[in-house]
Design a binder for this molecule. Structure first.
Ligand code: ADE
Length: 245
């Protein structure tokens, strides 16, 4: 997969794309990242890319012409990749969208800065995405989040694809809690079922915990999950057994 990123701060991507899981995915050719400096398309001697907002107000707005010129060049480099603007006004990013984006051979991410994009270029975007209901100083951290989450969906990026399939949200539920050695620590014990080696029991226990964590921590996600009759029964028996303990 190829990801093009349009930004005024290309340098901030160096470290994140050089190290860890993403770094090895890039070195192994599973993902290619091409960063484009928007300022190269700025106006005049100073390569100006922003201006004050019409109607007044604080901050600066990204001018339409440099961004459109840059996008035309980036698109010219190939295919009909979706162009995604990163902005707090966008659609909230979730795991379903992440999986969809991972299905493209190429995506183009555009990072906003200042007070955002001039509204007249918004039609250039196939999609506007937000990574949460808070305002960042720019789209760069949002772009990193998109690239990180999407690249995990590409087989081979994360050590075992099984671990991706067991992620929070993968099946519309939060992940179950995890434990590692020691089995007892400061008086807190790892549930016995996880130590007995019975995989059917472990799977059932984890699924129940997943249901419970989701119901308690994220009732919105739980309400949207496609639960089977078996799931409901499992949750009910878990709640009953918790009540008894
Ligand atoms: N740019 C500024 N804030 C953002 C957010 N929450 N999501 C995506 N891009 C942004």
């Amino acid at each position: 997969m190829r990801v093009d990123i349009v930004t005024l701060l290309p340098g901030v991507f160096d470290k994140i794309f050089d190290e860890s899981v993403l770094g090895s995915a890039i070195r192994n050719g599973l993902i290619e990242i091409v960063v484009h400096q928007l300022r190269e398309y700025g106006d005049g001697r100073h390569r100006t890319v922003d201006d004050t907002p019409f109607g007044g107000g604080p901050g600066m707005v990204l001018k339409p012409a440099p961004l459109v010129a840059c996008l035309r060049d980036v698109r010219r480099l190939g295919s009909s990749a979706p162009v995604i603007g990163l902005t707090p006004q966008g659609l909230p990013l979730d795991q379903t969208l992440v999986k969809e984006l991972a299905g493209f051979e190429r995506i183009i991410l555009v990072c906003g800065r200042y007070e955002g994009f001039d509204e007249r270029i918004v039609h250039e975007f196939d999609l506007q995405l937000s990574i949460g209901d808070y305002v960042l100083t720019g789209g760069e951290i949002a772009a990193m989040a998109v690239v990180d989450a999407v690249s995990r969906m590409i087989p081979g990026t994360v050590g075992s694809h099984e671990s991706v399939e067991q992620d929070s949200f993968y099946e519309g539920l939060l992940d179950h809690p995890q434990y590692t050695r020691p089995a007892a620590w400061e008086g807190l014990k790892v549930p016995k079922v996880l130590q007995d080696g019975n995989h059917a029991h472990i799977e059932k226990f984890r699924h129940c915990r997943s249901l419970l964590t989701t119901a308690v921590s994220r009732p919105d996600v739980f309400a949207a999950a496609n639960l089977s009759e078996k799931d409901r029964e499992a949750l009910q028996s878990l709640l009953l057994s918790e009540q008894k303990n």
